[in-house]
Design a protein around this ligand. Structure first.
Ligand SMILES: *Cc1c(COP(=O)(O)O)cnc(C)c1O
Length: 352
């Protein structure tokens, strides 16, 4: 039976990526060696890393002074690396938006290195919307936001213009829509949501914001070390970088970010239209901040839960449970999710 994978992460990737990465485990580039056993300094792997960095550069149309890195430690390590590299040692102060649990985790780490002002928060309303009306003045070292709140299903539609470096956690909507990426100075994304397997994190950083804190930064945590070593400061997660490269190639082959955005909008519209039409369902968040990537919703008729779950199972729907902190359901409809799978879910919803 065909399985429709709505998992929030690790999550669906193009089938072609699974096939090609499986092949590379057995025989990489016809070398007779597995991608898992070659040196990260070998010509073949250096070419993988180069292309994986260059493709991000091209897809995001990054200016020269931006660098692309592939690091370990997940987005969670970036919660700490961001303040380490940007928060001044003396009197450091940063502005954060608290739009969800991941944002709150980022805030928790930043507080270890300086003062954090939460300039906007939707915590009191169970993170059901994106905080918008706030101001950030130039007394801050940087501003931090989360573009897509994976758990609550909210997404920033606009980014504030602020007079300090802008940092953004894009883990769950990276490459899902066209943006002016040069409006950000630091972007990071754990690969496992929309670009590859778990174990590697994409970091895009504007070199002009670095080296200004007066802080001694532990070597691995210093972006400047990773930039100087072209993302080979230590052994990178080679297989994960390779599988990510395959996803980036696939994205380009299927029309790039613009075409992906069109497909993503069509999928989200189909699902939200059904939620709005169907009296049994409702989203957790306000309409204007709905995410195109993660559709979090609840079933309003608890007596139908067993039947709905059973019909989902019979239809091959997998990974639809909401996050443990929120309950309900969450359909993650990342780039690799075909609209046909969304149609299957919608038809099960219609059957109630
Ligand atoms: C999943 C997720 C994270 C955590 O990523 P890890 O790679 O597990 O550290 C952080 N931020 C957002 C928005 C996420 O969706």
């Amino acid at each position: 039976m065909k399985i429709h994978n709505f998992s929030a992460g690790p999550s669906i990737l193009p089938k072609e990526v699974f096939e090609q990465s499986a092949q590379a485990v057995l025989d990489f580039n016809g070398s007779g060696l597995s991608i898992l056993e070659i040196s990260h300094r070998s010509k073949d792997f250096v070419a993988v890393m180069e292309e994986a960095r260059q493709r991000v550069r091209t897809l995001m149309q990054l200016p020269e002074h931006y660098h692309v890195l592939y690091l370990a430690g997940g987005a969670s390590l970036q919660f700490l690396m961001t303040p380490y590299n940007l928060m001044k040692e003396q009197g450091g102060k940063a502005a954060y938006v608290d739009s969800g649990s991941w944002a709150a985790n980022a805030i928790k780490e930043a507080k270890k290195l300086g003062t954090v002002d939460i300039v906007g928060s939707s915590k009191e309303k169970h993170y059901s919307y994106i905080p918008k009306d706030f101001t950030v003045d130039d007394s801050y070292d940087y501003f931090h936001c989360t573009s897509n709140n994976t758990i609550y299903g909210t997404q920033m539609q606009e980014f504030p213009k602020v007079p300090v470096p802008v940092c953004c956690d894009m883990s769950s909507d990276i490459f899902s829509r066209k943006l002016d990426f040069s409006q950000f100075d630091l972007i990071y994304a754990g690969a496992q949501k929309n670009m590859g397997p778990a174990g590697v994190t994409l970091v895009v950083v504007n070199e002009q914001i670095l080296g200004k804190t007066g802080r001694t930064i532990p070597s691995y945590l210093d972006y400047q070390n990773h930039i100087a070593k072209e993302s080979m400061f230590n052994t990178p997660p080679v297989f994960n970088v390779y599988a990510t490269l395959l996803t980036l190639r696939h994205l380009e082959k299927t029309g790039g970010i613009e075409a992906a955005e069109k497909r993503n909008r069509a999928k989200a519209e189909l699902l939200y239209n059904e939620i709005d039409r169907n009296d049994h369902f409702q989203t957790f968040c306000v309409k204007e901040d709905r995410s195109v990537m993660n559709v979090s919703f609840e079933l309003l008729s608890p007596e139908l839960k067993e039947m709905f779950d059973q019909r989902c199972k019979e239809a091959g729907i997998s990974g639809l449970n909401g996050h443990r902190s929120l309950g309900g359901y969450r359909a993650s409809i990342y780039n690799a999710m075909p609209i046909e799978s969304v149609e299957v879910l919608v038809s099960v919803m219609q059957s109630l």
